[in-house]
Design a protein around this ligand. Structure first.
Ligand SMILES: NC(=O)c1ccc[n+]([C@@H]2O[C@H](COP(=O)([O-])OP(=O)(O)OC[C@H]3O[C@@H](n4cnc5c(N)ncnc54)[C@H](OP(=O)(O)O)[C@@H]3O)[C@@H](O)[C@H]2O)c1
Length: 272
């Protein structure tokens, strides 16, 4: 989902892009990763590949860690070989949600789930690259993949008049083209300026709960009722509060984050 929009954002800015799908390059194959990077000699590697099934990761932590953790080490080693910048996308789920003010880039991660632990392993692996950005983001929705917006719309399409959505998890929904623009902006700077490297948070504004987000998605088409996550019985525990502070991103770029409400309007136009 994010990968397609990152490629589009790079092409729009005149960068030469080599998009690789899983069938082109399986990132858990260290030899293939090295060979692909040596052959193409990129200036920047943006890793959008991941094991993203948060609930299934509870029973498949080994596989999640191989893809989200160990494979990132292969990418970092290869990036060092060709002196490339590695951009690793990470997640608000590295935090436990015990804060009630936005998570800063230097707050200590304490993941609650197997997925969160695997992504934290990926952050550590990415830091092996001499030039790297770990870009944490949250609650992604984009037209090229299944996501919360589509899950809610599917319920309405299937005739549901009343939807129950959790109101005790707060975060920042992010439209993937907005994330893609942020990645391009940061990568272009970080490639030459070491002060722009390390951990950066990008998420759209403002923060809200899944219930608020669902209400914005359905408009007047269905009723949305707030429930607590105790009632939702999902295998992976989610942080109750995972609002990312984008203060460092704003300082680096001089820009405010985009609005997810604006992103949602564009999404609904693009994916009627
Ligand atoms: N979605 C969110 O809400 C969210 C929130 C915060 C952070 N993130 C992070 O943002 C990034 C992008 O997420 P997304 O939602 O765009 O993910 P996505 O749509 O699930 O895309 C991940 C891609 O990685 C591919 N992949 C899986 N294993 C691979 C392997 N071994 N080698 C090569 N490719 C492989 C998948 O291919 P197959 O489908 O063929 O397996 C899929 O195309 C990820 O790092 C994710 O952790 C996501």
């Amino acid at each position: 989902m994010a990968g397609r929009d990152v490629c589009a954002a790079l092409e729009l800015r005149g960068e030469t892009v080599l998009p690789l799908t899983k069938s082109d390059l399986d990132i858990v194959n260290a030899v293939a990763v090295r060979e692909a990077v040596h052959r193409t000699q990129p200036d920047v590697i943006v890793n959008c590949a991941a094991y993203t099934k948060v609930d299934e990761a509870e029973a498949n932590e080994h596989l999640a860690t191989a893809i989200n953790g160990s494979a990132v080490e292969f990418l970092a080693d290869a990036a060092n070989d060709v002196d490339a910048l590695l951009v690793q996308i990470s997640t608000d789920f590295v935090f436990d949600g015990s804060k009630r003010t936005p998570y800063e880039v230097n707050d200590v991660p304490a993941p609650l789930s197997a997925y969160g632990r695997s992504k934290l392993a990926g952050e550590k692996a990415a830091s092996i690259a001499r030039k790297h950005i770990v870009l944490r983001t949250s609650w992604l929705f984009g037209v090229h993949g299944p996501n919360f917006v589509e899950a809610i719309r599917n319920q309405v399409r299937n005739g549901r008049k009343t939807l129950e959505v959790v109101d005790d998890q707060r975060g920042r929904p992010t439209y993937t083209p907005h994330l893609a623009d942020a990645i391009v902006r940061l990568a272009q700077r970080a490639h030459i300026d070491e002060n722009v490297r390390g951990i950066v948070h990008y998420a759209d504004a403002p923060d809200c709960t899944w219930f608020d987000f669902a209400r914005a998605i359905v408009g007047g088409e269905a009723e949305v009722l707030p429930i607590s996550s105790d009632g939702s019985k999902r295998p992976a525990k989610r942080p109750a509060y995972s609002v990312l502070s984008t203060e460092r991103y704003e300082r680096i770029t001089g820009l405010k984050p985009e609005s997810w409400e604006e992103g949602l309007r564009e999404y609904l136009r693009q994916r009627p």
